[in-house]
Write a protein that binds this ligand. Sequence first.
Ligand SMILES: Cc1cc2nc3c(=O)[nH]c(=O)nc-3n(C[C@H](O)[C@H](O)[C@H](O)COP(=O)(O)OP(=O)(O)OC[C@H]3O[C@@H](n4cnc5c(N)ncnc54)[C@H](O)[C@@H]3O)c2cc1C
Ligand code: SF4
Length: 532
Amino acid sequence: MSAEKVCVVGSGPAGATAAYFLWQAGFDVTVLDGGLGPEPEVAADIADWHESQNDENLVRAVGARAANSSLKKPDLAEKLFLGSGFVYRDTDRVLLETVEGADIRTSLALGGLSNVWGAAALPVASRDTVGWPVTQNDLAPYYERLGEIVDISGEQDGLSAAFGGNVSTPAFPLGQQGGALLKSLADYHDALAKRGITFGRARVAVGNKYSYQSEGCVSCGHCMIGCPHRAIFNAAFVIESLQGRDRFTYRRGCVVGRVAEEQQSVRVLGRGLADDAPFDETFDRVFVAAGTVSTTAIIARSVPGRGTPIQLRDSQLFVFPLMRFRGIQNPAIEKTNRLAQAFIEIDDPSVCDRLVHLQAYGYNDVFMEAVKAKLGPVKTIAPFAINLLARHVMILQGFLHSDYSGTVELSLTRSGKIQLTGNPNEQARKIARQTQKQVMRSRRGFGGMPVPGQMLVPPPGASRHLGASLPMRASPSGHETDTLGRPAGLSRVHAVDASVLPSIPASTITYSAMANAARIVDQAARLSDSAI
Ligand SMILES: Cc1cc2nc3c(=O)[nH]c(=O)nc-3n(C[C@H](O)[C@H](O)[C@H](O)COP(=O)(O)OP(=O)(O)OC[C@H]3O[C@@H](n4cnc5c(N)ncnc54)[C@H](O)[C@@H]3O)c2cc1C
Ligand code: SF4
């Protein structure tokens, strides 16, 4: 019997996961994708860096490219890949009509937003899957199987009991600030535990699997501008690893508009990204992984009669500086990995009755540029102050559960384009302040205290952890889906990205969306006539 023909829409972390495990299960897999990639100069700069090992040249080239980009603000909202904005290109033209009161990024790139992500990857805690039709236990074997495509760096430590021990590769060396913070937290372990605070090494998707000469992280310190060494996981690497194999087809330049289920098949309809030419292809089964915004729109256009608006749920981001009592020497010249150094979980009902997740960052160029931009003209007269700040300051990036976060309403124009409107959650700001106070109360353990008055609570979407728009339910109705991500009324169409998570845990989103995608394709394979 010939292999069943399945389609995966999208090549971000969820799509690449679905494609890989479907291919492993013996299906004939076609990925239809926006497929944008970096300009040839980016590859040339990387090659030059490997050849010359000259960091200054790389940073100069990246800076020049970023300066010419329309997305050049030095803040996290617009993180570029080695100075290139290809990750976000064409999304305004093709997908989005308007965005109001929200901070949203979508992507039409090969690898999607994983080209620029922060790689923080913690499984969902079992207490955050209460009420889900799919529990942490159901996901556990799939976190394990993800080890075939993604390395997770970290250690077995205080986080392992609550989140599982999915650490597949040794942790990279910490920066001075990260090491000092973890040490002071460990010194006050018992006192912090009484306040519901647990902590450990950050779990980040960094390793040698796809890295240049399999070296893994080489501590070059360029993490925030884009890893030139391929040590930070990018879903594009999974797609590249499948290209050229039998039963695998990757088609870039496709913008899927909707799907139409027929008796034994599904039609996938869309237009070319470059030429707007219509396409209409038929598959046995379709897995939609176009990122929460795009997937929700594709499903909304495909299920007649249910209409929009549809609510996307956010995991509220908040950011504040931690002024450490003891400074370190010259953080700017330190060449260590600059991704999240430590994860700190707060489980204290006086702060929030859901877990609050904090990621601690040491000195990094992107944060410092943002601080300098905020200081404005003062920065030119205060290099000493900036240097002092860099030696003492760490950044705590907090995330809340979607129960206490804003939402983004998605509706479609008559032509099918997407309109997004943010609705902040007033409780979020209060919980962010409670968290800051908890850190203040625990200042000995943190070895420092929050800087008074400094707290950033951006609009919904800024966390980039959006989902739960088509939530899986045991008995789905409306825009809900079953435990295989199928909207009510469809049996061969599965949504497989964060849009189907029943809620968004604070503890990062992508890793759990990938585990759930692996689970759905595994179980859907058993429904298929010709699964091998
Ligand atoms: C700066 C930044 C930092 C982040 N840091 C973290 C982090 O540390 N930890 C974490 O968990 N998450 C993080 N995220 C979020 C993370 O990147 C996303 O959750 C993740 O990439 C979503 O994966 P996805 O596969 O669902 O979709 P995406 O990555 O959005 O990919 C979408 C894919 O679908 C394709 N596509 C879109 N629309 C269509 C269409 N109509 N037709 C065909 N193809 C289409 C695109 O080409 C792309 O391949 C971050 C995001 C950003 C921007
Ligand atoms: S330090 Fe960062 S940029 Fe450099 S190899 Fe390691 S992960 Fe990549």
